[in-house]
Write a protein that binds this ligand. Sequence first.
Ligand code: ZN
Length: 223
Amino acid sequence: MKNNQSSALVLHSGGQDSTTCLFWALKNFDSVRTLCITYGQRHGREVEVARQIAGSACVPFQELDATVIGLLADNSLTNFKMEVDREKPLDSYPNTFVLGRNLFFLTFATVIAYSHGIRDIVTGVSQADYSGYPDCRDTFIRSANVTLNLAMDEQFIIHTPLMWLSKAEVWALADELGVFELVRYNTLTCYNGIMADGCGECPACKLRNDGLKEFLATMNKRI
Ligand code: ZN
């Protein structure tokens, strides 16, 4: 994929997935910059984590305050009075679903990328191993890509390196990229704002830690 002067903008939250995507982008593009969008979420600390990771990777970091996204409709990530759903309800989405989030994120990202002469956007969404949020699905991303290209009369490419990976495979990718330790100990995924392996109880921790266990078990079998 690497060609002359290729550049990408990575949507980076400071969590496991987007940090793995950042290092995937550093491998595949000549220059990379990150965009960290805040929307009034619980774990506001993630911005500082994202800033530190961008600093250690020596890439430009940009923060965008989009608090309005979290205020438009109720969800447990921005309304701290709501208890975070631990399980996905049978007939709906967990209350951690922030309506429109990825559509807003991709719109902001493409506009900002455009202003830097960048046409490649990288996002860590995945439909293989999550709560089934509709705006994490491949169909949505492809559709948004077409819409944004039409909206700006440009040829953006939205890359989703994690789209079909399980959490264990995301850990394996971090390992392959040589950043397993960095992703394990310097990222923040936990809804309760605890670094690394997190609180161990919230849905984000459970997903991350189950994947980690599975990945480590595979590694042990190989040794
Ligand atoms: Zn947690």
